[in-house]
Design a protein around this ligand. Structure first.
Ligand SMILES: Nc1nc2c(c(=O)[nH]1)N[C@H]1C(S)=C(S)[C@@H](COP(=O)(O)O)O[C@H]1N2
Ligand SMILES: [Mo]
Length: 183
């Protein structure tokens, strides 16, 4: 009490700001752990921000091991057992905003990573093609988080060489449309 009385107004303010700041840093640290989220955005009916818990409550499936093969033919990595949801189910959960279904072939899904390695999947192949049955958003490998490849990986199990469309460090998925010229 006495110390506070003797403290200048500025000193007390600094003390207060200092403790507020360390509190905020602590919160940001906790937030950093909690904010491992995936955003589904763009031409959607509901923008989604999903954590692993939300993904687990969707149609999450566990799968066996898959080799990730570069276009050179080299196996870069082997995904051990993994848990994921189909990219198609994620897109359907957000709902594609499509006023004119005749333009369905112009829609695509952009998978964005934090290091700028981005990949598109067309909406039609996800919905009607074989790629759709095997394009996974992976959120667990071998029962654990994905570590530095995470928080999420997307890849297509049905691609002949699945390395090029394998995306590590995924944070967002954007639905878009090519505005093709009409002739
Ligand atoms: N975010 C991100 N994902 C990426 C890449 C990358 O540079 N950044 N490289 C791709 C390439 S060329 C291949 S072959 C595979 C390799 O899988 P790996 O990174 O698990 O070894 O990841 C793909 N995914
Ligand atoms: Mo590659």
């Amino acid at each position: 009490m006495k110390r506070l009385q003797y403290m200048s107004g500025k000193g007390a303010l600094a003390l207060l700001l200092g403790s507020l700041l360390s509190f905020q840093v602590a919160m940001a640290g906790a937030e950093g752990k909690r904010s491992e989220t995936l955003t589904v955005t763009g031409l959607v009916e509901h923008r989604l921000v999903l954590g692993k818990g939300d993904l687990n409550r969707m149609k999450a499936v566990g799968k066996g091991s898959t080799a990730i093969v570069c276009d050179s033919g080299e196996t870069k990595h082997t995904l051990k057992s993994f848990r994921g949801v189909l990219l198609r189910d994620l897109v359907d959960a957000a709902g594609v905003a499509m006023p004119n279904p005749r333009e369905r072939g112009e829609y695509y899904v952009l998978v964005r990573s934090t290091d700028g390695y981005n990949v598109i999947y067309s909406l039609n192949e996800l919905r009607y093609g074989v790629a759709g049955e095997g394009t996974w958003l992976v959120f667990e490998e071998n029962g654990h988080g994905l570590g530095e490849d995470g928080p999420f990986v997307v890849f297509c199990d049905n691609d002949r060489a699945n390395g090029p469309r394998h995306v590590r460090m995924v944070r967002s998925i954007e639905v878009s449309r090519i505005e093709a010229e009409r002739h």
